[in-house]
Design a protein around this ligand. Structure first.
Ligand SMILES: NC(=O)c1ccc[n+]([C@@H]2O[C@H](COP(=O)([O-])OP(=O)(O)OC[C@H]3O[C@@H](n4cnc5c(N)ncnc54)[C@H](O)[C@@H]3O)[C@@H](O)[C@H]2O)c1
Length: 277
């Protein structure tokens, strides 16, 4: 689908974490196309190289683990040296294991929280400090998931960690507002990012789930990056502390299985008369 959407981030500096694949890779491309300087960040060096190839000089890359305070500090130093400051920070990196609650190990639980919560906290704090130093305000965009709002078997650690990100982002929005730093959260639903072919069970599960989504299809990575660019742009200048879904309606309900009809014909809803047949 061709869309007539244009954002201009000429001269702005953007960090995108989790840039080695999926939604992060798409966001790096989108910010570069919109004129921004971009620091693409991931712990996967090979994936980062692939993301940044052919994107030109405005795209730099940094291998860093967002769980690690020193690596996050080093990353901000690299951004300062490369670009002189920071305007936009997109905290997209996350891990999302699918594990039964009764089988879940403490190690996996702690890893999920270390990446999704501590990583988002460390990145938000360090990015905000750099933005405050620059004195021009900024935008921080954090990531949640539709799974944060509704129960989803297998996602105890992931879903609860994303709910924590939403809560954290509301506090960050309030504390950073006096510095003119706006903090918003993007909550995707099912987005087509999985490397193919899928394992058979996952394929089966998705095939059953997709028709139940209100829009009956997974989202595209570009549909998430469109929202992120909007939240980084002047068009969202009165938005902070918001959690915005980009989920094809999955957080509000399921697609009707057929035409919507009045299935109880025993009663006239206007007159209150019970019909006899
Ligand atoms: N894809 C979906 O259907 C979906 C649905 C809901 C929410 N989300 C959210 O969207 C975001 C991106 O999802 P995705 O599917 O593109 O993810 P993905 O798994 O494809 O990519 C995540 C990236 O983060 C990187 N990463 C993981 N841990 C890291 C760490 N400690 N330090 C640095 N980098 C690290 C990985 O190497 C990877 O490149 C996540 O925040 C996720 O919670 C995705």
């Amino acid at each position: 689908m061709t869309k007539n959407i244009k954002f201009d981030f000429t001269g702005k500096v953007t960090i995108v974490t989790g840039a080695a694949r999926g939604i992060g890779r798409e966001m790096v491309k989108a910010f570069i196309q919109a004129g921004s300087f971009v620091m693409a960040v991931d712990r996967d060096q090979e994936g980062l190289l692939e993301t940044c190839q052919r994107l030109g000089d405005r795209c730099r890359q940094a291998v860093a683990d967002i769980r690690n305070k020193n690596e996050v500090a080093g990353l901000m130093q690299a951004v300062k040296e490369a670009f002189g400051g920071l305007d936009i920070c997109v905290n997209n990196a996350a891990v999302a294991p699918h594990t039964a609650l009764l089988e879940e190990s403490v190690e996996v639980w702690d890893t999920v929280y270390a990446v999704n919560c501590r990583g988002t906290f460390l990145m938000t704090q360090a990015a905000a400090r750099l933005m405050i130093e620059g004195g021009k305000g900024g935008r921080i965009i954090n990531f949640s998931s539709a799974a944060a709002k509704r129960g989803s078997a297998g996602s105890a650690a992931y879903a609860s960690s994303r709910a924590a990100t939403e809560s954290f982002s509301r506090v960050a929005a309030i504390e950073l507002a006096p510095h003119n730093i706006l903090v918003n959260t993007v909550s995707p639903g099912l987005i087509d990012t999985q490397p193919k072919p899928l394992p058979p069970d996952m394929k089966k599960g998705l095939e059953a789930r997709i028709p139940t989504l209100p829009l009956a299809r997974p989202g595209w990575v570009s549909e998430v990056s469109d929202l992120v660019l909007f939240l980084a742009s002047d068009a969202s200048s009165y938005m902070t502390g918001a959690v915005i879904s980009v989920d094809g309606g999955s957080s509000v309900g399921v697609r009707p299985a057929g035409p919507v009809v009045d299935d109880d014909i025993r009663y006239d809803w206007v007159t209150g008369v019970h019909r006899t047949e």
